[in-house]
Ligand binder design. Structure first.
Ligand code: SIN
Length: 189
């Protein structure tokens, strides 16, 4: 089942009155910036790890055959690399809709490559959302991704685009790259 988080996210008031807000992207928000932004900078957030543990019913799968996309799980001492965008508050209408399948806005410190930091936002799908699928081996995740597809395209393209984007950033992510390796060895991909 999908779980629509739009109403909850619209109640978030942490950045009320701000003319611009930093958004941290770690999944499709790295490689698919389909929204206007003022500035974009490579960045990271701390104590979170990226995992293909979230179900996708609306983008890379369907209600009956969800795909697998990334969320973040708490991981003390870890650093998750991605892309930060400086956006105006109006953009959240689009983002809340795009991330509606279980993702909630969370305020977080964002660390830029040059050593600067800022308080900003990240969309996280926690394990209590209805679309959460949870842990599986990288091979099982690859097998799942290989057969999933939805309105935004094949699930495997989400994985490949994310892996390419991380390579462009010069960042390693063993979880993502191991799934990619399995996926490239499967016959249909
Ligand atoms: C993100 O990219 O920051 C959130 C997860 C996604 O939309 O893929």
């Amino acid at each position: 089942m999908s779980h629509n988080t739009i109403a909850i996210n619209q109640q978030m008031d942490t950045f009320d009155g701000h003319h611009s807000v930093w958004l941290f992207g770690y999944g499709s928000l790295i490689f698919k910036a389909d929204f206007p932004f003022i500035e974009r900078r490579a960045a990271s957030i701390r104590n979170w790890s990226r995992r293909f543990w979230q179900g996708s019913h609306d983008h890379r799968g369907t209600e009956t055959a969800p795909g697998r996309v990334v969320t973040l799980v708490q991981d003390a001492g870890a650093e998750c690399y991605g892309m930060a965008y400086l956006i105006t508050p109006e953009v959240f209408t689009h983002l809340d809709h795009r991330e509606k399948n279980g993702y909630l806005r969370l305020a977080t410190d964002i660390f830029f490559e040059d050593g600067d930091s800022a308080l900003g936002l990240v969309y996280i799908a926690t394990e209590d959302n209805e679309a959460f699928l949870g842990a599986a081996t990288e091979l099982d995740i690859a097998l799942h991704i290989a057969r999933a597809s939805g309105p935004s395209g094949h699930n495997r393209d989400y994985l490949f685009d994310l892996a390419d984007a991380l390579r462009e950033l010069g960042k390693d992510d063993a979880h993502v790259f191991t799934i990619e390796q399995h996926l490239r060895q499967l016959p249909s991909t």
